[in-house]
Design a protein around this ligand. Structure first.
Ligand SMILES: [Ca+2]
Ligand SMILES: [Ca+2]
Length: 169
């Protein structure tokens, strides 16, 4: 399997992506969020339900909750500083901005301080929600890069109901 991100569902939904190695984290994160039944495959129902979160008419609360789960890389129920940093780095990577470590640390510190209103060093869903409600553009900015990943993955999202004996590895 190597570094490849992908999954194969015997019912005929094949998901794969040729994302670069260091993009696999965000792909896996999205994959896990889509995989509502946690069985390692995304079925069509899960795919449609998960994509609907990006729909403009979807309630903001739902988008906020989705973004929170996206940032909570280790599913601890909190966004810790290191997770925040990983996401900041991913966003910078995405925008091809090159910032020094010092500046990145400053951005992470300031963001953390701003969101962490009870100063326990981690961001809980309530703090997150308050922060995003005050900064609605943030949600948009944070959601977009990942939406782009999905679009990148989409061309190889082949729904294939018959040729299921193709060997992929
Ligand atoms: Ca966490
Ligand atoms: Ca907190």
């Amino acid at each position: 399997m190597g570094n490849r991100c992908g999954a194969y569902d015997e019912k005929g939904i094949f998901i794969s992506t040729r994302l670069r190695g260091n993009d696999c984290t965000s792909f896996r994160q999205i994959f896990d969020l889509f995989d509502l039944k946690r069985n390692g495959v995304i079925d069509f129902g899960e795919f449609v339900r998960s994509l609907s979160v990006f729909h403009p008419n979807t309630a903001q609360d739902e988008k906020i909750a989705f973004a929170f789960r996206l940032y909570d890389l280790r599913s601890t129920g909190f966004i810790e500083r290191e997770e925040l940093k990983e996401m900041v780095l991913a966003l910078l990577n995405e925008s091809e901005l090159c910032l020094s470590d010092d500046i990145v640390e400053t951005i992470v510190d300031q963001t953390c301080k701003l969101v962490d209103s009870n100063s326990d060093g981690k961001i809980d869903p309530i703090e997150w929600k308050e922060f995003v409600k005050k900064n609605p553009s943030l949600l948009k900015n944070m959601t977009l890069p990942y939406l782009k990943d999905i679009t990148m993955a989409f061309p190889s999202f082949v729904m294939n109901s018959e040729a299921d004996d193709e060997v992929l590895d």
